[in-house]
Design a protein around this ligand. Structure first.
Ligand SMILES: O=C(C[C@@H]1CCCCN1)Cn1cnc2cc(Cl)c(F)cc2c1=O
Ligand SMILES: [Mg+2]
Length: 573
């Protein structure tokens, strides 16, 4: 491609709404342009990289015999009403009406759609297992789109769905997708981690996320050298809380005027946070839940929701709590509270003589003890772990790292097939609901994740497999004929062998080098003053010095050097 003709509007200035590097560099590099909040156009450079990412994803899907289909983006409300999810996502689901005033949604995902499609076509166990995938736009009206394509409202996803007549069969396919995702990440050339994940709203059993390591990624991951790794939502607590040998003191109600937060209580009563129990009220399908956890720990709401299998569980609103329990949030406690299910984190199991809210304005109880002063319905792990805690698998201190989720795989079970009456005839002749799995890959998000991990002060450093161009030919001046003629000759020779960009613009060398670095092209071939000695300069994107190659005898030597350098090129260094 000739740069003089190419629509790649690079910018010097940093866009003011770019909060992280990848967003800045994709805009400045001329890869994407924002058309609305969370809605992007992929210009030629961005589109080229997208297509290379899609090709890798598509090939790895085909390698595990997943069959490509293309489903509609507009989905009739009926299938979502049948699955009971039409209102589950509130304003995040983009909805529209057609000219007959019928309700539709712009598909945020396709479980309902694919299950409705196959239920009339897949009738016998003989046709199972099968997995189908598509690569297409998805729509989710994020409350705060940010970080460019990392959290957009329209994005490109590869979503795959598998159908089985047994858990074993699902397990086999799940493993195949897991391995295919690792293969994709290897081919993308980025540093990554596979982590145990929370199945969240869609339920089901196992789930893993595929995370690109990135300092400013939104995911927090806890991992260990032994191989354990999980998102913060999922990471299991392995702290053993030793028995307290204190004797139980007499419980007292004390004045704590306007003392509400854990900090305030600790300071006012001059007690350590480890002697306070936090009481947090949640409202769910079965009513109110009071979650108790030691004052110095953080509640993990994903674990709480997973325990109750109720994603609708949400923190009680102050007003609602005042009306329902007659006391402000800051004074809520387990002693004397009615009509709540009390679930306690293990961290309070052996606490003695601790402080809790007094269930009365400006009051707290001190010297509270479990069983004597209140009953706990159930103990379970509802704690957010932190760095340095013992690994749940081997006990060594957990490490913490940030990441960007680019893929997630789920074992769904029969949740959707039952809701949508999607049955097949089993070997024993009975009608049974399909056992399903689903497997997502954020194709457009991958574009941002890779840049977030692989960049320096000069711009992007693309891995070779998905770089928009593998190499760029840069004559330092188009006015010097011997340079531009030789460059033209080189371009014709190389464009059949590599993805070549030819910077034939009438611009200064510095300008061209800067653009090549910003866009992130792996290899430069520079035709400059060394041409007097019959030499060109070859340089990898991150090398400070270039290698001189003599081309007076022809291009064999140069071709060898190019191949050698591109093969040793590794942006992760
Ligand atoms: O999408 C999944 C699970 C997997 C991910 C991989 C590909 C198949 N689906 C979970 N999820 C996330 N956000 C959503 C947002 C809206 Cl507005 C919605 F209506 C539904 C969903 C929703 O179901
Ligand atoms: Mg996830």
């Amino acid at each position: 491609m000739r740069m003089s003709k190419y629509y790649a509007p690079t910018l010097k200035e940093v866009p003011n709404d770019a909060e992280i590097k990848s967003h800045e560099l994709l805009i400045r590099g001329g890869f994407i342009r924002k058309t609305a909040s969370g809605v992007y156009t992929y210009l030629p450079l961005g589109n080229k990289v997208l297509k290379k990412i899609e090709r890798i994803v598509r090939e790895e899907m085909e390698n595990i015999e997943s069959q490509e289909i293309l489903m509609p983006i507009i989905q009739p409300a009926e299938i979502w009403q049948e699955s009971g999810r039409w209102d589950d996502y509130g304003p995040e689901m983009m909805k529209l009406k057609d000219r007959h005033n019928r309700d539709f949604t712009l598909g945020p995902t396709h479980e309902e759609m694919i299950t409705t499609i196959v239920k009339n076509e897949l009738r016998s166990y003989k046709q199972l297992p099968i997995s189908l995938f598509q690569i297409a736009n998805k729509y989710r009206d994020e409350i705060r789109p940010r970080f460019g394509v990392l959290r957009a409202r329209e994005f490109i996803m590869k979503d795959a769905y598998s159908f089985h007549d047994s858990e074993e069969s699902l397990d086999e396919t799940y493993k195949a997708f897991y391995k295919a995702y690792e293969k994709i990440l290897e081919r993308l050339g980025v540093d990554y981690l596979v982590v145990e994940a929370d199945t969240g709203a869609i339920g089901g059993s196992d789930s893993h996320e595929f995370q690109v390591k990135a300092e400013y990624g939104e995911s927090t991951i806890y991992y260990c050298d032994c191989g354990y790794s999980a998102t913060d939502e999922k990471a299991v607590s392995n702290v053993i809380f030793e028995e307290s040998n204190e004797t139980e003191q007499e419980m007292k109600k004390v004045d704590t005027p306007d003392v509400k937060t854990i900090e305030d209580v600790a300071n006012f009563l001059n007690v350590d946070k480890t002697k306070i129990v936090k009481s947090l009220l949640f409202k769910g399908r079965e009513g109110w839940v009071l979650a108790l956890i030691r004052g110095d720990y953080e509640l993990n709401t994903s674990k709480l929701k997973a325990y109750f299998g109720d994603q609708t569980l949400s923190m009680g609103e102050p007003e609602e709590i005042k009306n329902e329990f007659g006391v402000e949030i800051g004074f809520i406690g387990p002693v004397g509270i009615k009509n709540v299910k009390i679930v306690a984190d293990y961290s309070i199991k052996n606490m003695k003589n601790f402080v809790v809210g007094g269930m009365e304005k400006d009051k707290h109880y001190v010297n509270v003890n479990i069983n004597r002063d209140f009953k706990i319905d159930v103990y379970t792990d509802i704690r957010m772990v932190s760095k340095g805690e013992p690994c749940p698998k081997c006990g060594k201190p957990l490490k913490e790292i940030k990441g960007i989720e680019v893929g997630q795989v789920f074992k769904l079970g029969t949740k959707y097939s039952e809701k949508l009456h999607a049955y097949y005839t089993a070997e024993d002749g009975k009608q049974k609901p399909f056992i399903m799995g689903c497997y997502g890959w954020g194709v457009s998000r991958t574009l941002g994740a890779i840049v977030e991990q692989l960049h320096d002060d000069y711009g992007i450093i693309w891995p070779r497999n998905i770089a928009p161009f593998e190499l760029v030919i840069i004559p330092v001046s188009m006015k010097q004929k011997e340079l531009s003629d030789k460059a033209e000759e080189l371009y014709k020779l190389l464009k059949g062998k590599y993805d070549v960009l030819y910077d034939d613009r009438d611009a200064s060398p510095g300008f061209k080098f800067k653009d090549a670095d910003l866009i992130g092209i792996p290899l430069k071939i520079i035709l400059g003053k060394k041409m007097k000695e019959g030499k060109v300069e070859v340089k990898l994107r991150y090398e400070r010095n270039s290698e001189e190659v003599d081309i007076t005898e022809g291009f064999e030597e140069l071709l060898k050097i190019i191949e050698k350098k591109l093969n040793e090129y590794d942006p992760k260094i």
